[in-house]
Design a protein around this ligand. Structure first.
Ligand code: SF4
Ligand code: SF4
Length: 356
């Protein structure tokens, strides 16, 4: 009997083969690192070896020609090793201090920027938008482009009290909207149902199960199986739109943007913190989203002027208190910012079990 071939493994390839040899050699044996200038990190190993990292901002959604250009720079001016960070920055790794300045010059001559390290505003992360997802209410990458054009100096220089992570997302379900400052979609009206299409397009039980507040019921409309929404219950989340596109919720006028602040993942020193709503009903206004950008800039200005060294946005707000925060950023604090609805414990899906 013929021998069976080895199974073909899929998934992430082994990262070791792509790692800079100095990093492989000194794995787990790093003594310290420092930040000689914005956009550059220097790691020193116990063996005395050094590795320099040069961080370059990219627009995340890269065409193949731009990617090749960045990789060619890596081949010519770095040691041929690059990797992408979680926020779509490109990092070149080199083992010689003398190569740092020529690499930075080559990158900047090609029209890219170096920065995004330590206490800077790193590249705004954004969700897939029109390119890969089927439910966006806005173009998250367009919001990022407009904002980063105005925040470029905060990326290039490390002048913030601490690192600032900004995120945007393109629907209200938010596959990626958690950060020090997050710009998220906010629907303000229930979905509008095209009853002629529901029976042909939607699996009605899936749609009914999808609603977090059990606002959707099966219904017969004009003799056809369809759905109805109890608009008094609907929280306008948009969760029914992905499994049932005839439940259209995106709207040029009523789909707005909202800004949340203070979200932070847990780390060795602190617990996670959840972001809180600070501005709602902001126009979803392409192509430059000036209203949302103006609020983000106000928040960053107040944080830069008021926070102590190494305080993150959430720590700064905790210290000065929310009333003072709203004063500093000149945003109104209204009753809509407070979610004290006690019934939510019984009716929201707070676990992975669907309840009705
Ligand atoms: S935020 Fe929403 S629309 Fe955007 S990619 Fe994620 S799931 Fe899709
Ligand atoms: S928008 Fe959300 S709350 Fe409203 S009906 Fe759809 S799933 Fe339910």
């Amino acid at each position: 009997m013929a021998e069976m071939r080895e199974p073909i493994e899929t998934g992430c390839p082994d990262p070791w083969q792509y790692m800079h040899p100095v990093m492989r050699k000194n794995f787990g044996m790093w003594k310290y690192h420092e930040h000689p200038r914005p956009g550059v990190l220097r790691h020193v190993a116990y063996s005395g070896d050094e590795i320099w990292t040069v961080k370059v901002g990219t627009q995340r959604i890269l065409d193949v020609f731009t990617l090749r250009k960045l990789c060619d720079i890596g081949d010519q001016y770095a040691d041929g090793f690059v990797h992408f960070t979680l926020r779509s920055n490109l990092e070149y790794m080199i083992d010689d201090a003398a190569k740092v300045e020529p690499l930075i010059k080559a990158v900047e001559d090609a029209g890219f920027i170096v920065g995004g390290t330590q206490n800077s505003v790193s590249m705004i992360s954004h969700t897939q938008g029109w390119l890969h997802c089927d439910i966006p209410g806005t173009d998250a990458s367009g919001v990022v482009k407009s904002m980063m054009d105005e925040l470029i100096d905060e990326f290039r220089n490390a002048n913030m009290p601490n690192r600032v992570h900004i995120t945007t997302s393109c629907c209200q379900i938010n596959c990626g909207g958690q950060g020090d400052i997050a710009i998220n979609v906010q629907h303000t009206k229930p979905p509008k149902i095209n009853h002629d299409l529901v029976a042909n397009v939607c699996e009605r039980p899936s749609v009914v199960a999808r609603c977090p507040v059990a606002a959707i019921r099966p219904a017969m409309v004009n003799g056809k199986p369809s759905l109805e929404v109890d608009e008094r219950k609907c929280i306008c989340c948009g969760a029914c739109f992905p499994p049932c596109p005839p439940m259209q919720i995106n709207d040029a006028e009523h789909s707005k943007l909202a800004i949340w602040v203070g979200g932070n993942h847990s780390n060795a020193r602190g617990k996670p913190t959840f972001q809180k709503l600070v501005a709602a009903g902001i126009p979803n206004n392409p192509p430059r989203w000036p209203e949302a950008t103006a609020i983000v800039k106000r928040i960053l200005k107040a944080y830069k002027e008021g926070a102590r060294d190494w305080e993150r946005v959430n720590e700064w707000i905790e210290r000065i208190g929310w009333p003072r925060f709203f004063e500093e950023v000149e945003l109104p604090f209204t009753k809509y910012h407070i979610d004290t609805w006690r019934g939510s414990r019984a009716s929201f899906n707070a676990s992975n079990y669907i309840r009705f």
